[in-house]
Design a protein around this ligand. Structure first.
Ligand SMILES: [Ca+2]
Ligand SMILES: [Ca+2]
Ligand SMILES: [Ca+2]
Length: 219
């Protein structure tokens, strides 16, 4: 009897094996794999954006320290206008952050330290004819955020003035060029850092003026 039961079980298993999976079973497995893949990609994306935001905050911290030394020496923060530094430029894109880079590396500011090179870029690929730089650089470089876009820099003299930024990385091709103005503080309701300066990263959504912007002030 035992041999007969074992034989029946083997035959049943054999029939199942021969039948294989139904289309519904295969679709269910594919749906589960798709769901798990989507969750993993979303998790990885969130982790990456957190790391980029942390990096951007660290870069702003470094700039804050370098600007503090500049202020001690010059009596105020660097201008956000290249004309104030007597530097000619071919375009108006990214001028605020280009002026900050130029001021911090200017040959008239020999005691300054360099911004970490890995955060530098030249999204609009411009340069000036005459070098202003203590090491002879002629390119009008920008300091980039973790997402690869220029960080906007605004001196109080330019609060209220629209400044145009050309972006390196965007979700929306129509947003390659964006206008940035000084932002208001949610706490006071007036322009943030009114007696200082503003650093603004467009953040994860690559758009200035939205909730996820990374700034050197409380929004
Ligand atoms: Ca430019
Ligand atoms: Ca540039
Ligand atoms: Ca944003």
């Amino acid at each position: 009897m035992q041999c007969s039961n074992a034989g029946s079980a083997n035959q049943l298993a054999s029939r199942r094996g021969a039948r294989g999976f139904t289309l519904v079973e295969i679709l269910a497995v594919l749906a589960i794999i798709g769901l798990l893949s989507g969750m993993a990609i979303a998790f990885y994306g969130r982790q990456k954006d957190r790391a980029y935001a942390t990096q951007t905050t660290a870069t702003m911290g470094e700039l804050t320290q370098l600007i503090a030394v500049y202020e001690t020496r010059k009596g105020g923060p660097p201008p956000s206008s290249l004309a104030t530094l007597k530097i000619r430029c071919d375009n108006d894109w990214n001028e605020g952050i280009e002026a900050l880079y130029a001021a911090l590396h200017h040959k008239d500011f020999a005691e300054g330290r360099n911004v970490t090179e890995r955060w530098l870029g030249n999204v609009d690929e411009d340069e000036t004819a005459t070098s202003f730089h203590r090491d002879g650089v002629t390119r009008l470089l920008e300091v980039l955020d973790g997402w690869g876009n220029p960080i906007a820099y605004i001196n109080p003299a330019d609060f209220g003035k629209p400044m145009t930024y050309r972006m390196g990385e965007v979700f929306d091709p129509s947003a390659e060029e964006q206008v940035v103005t000084a932002q208001k503080s949610a706490v006071t309701g007036v322009t943030a850092n009114a007696d200082s300066y503003q650093l603004i990263s467009a953040g994860e959504d690559r758009t200035f003026g939205t909730e996820d912007d990374v700034t050197n002030f409380k929004k």
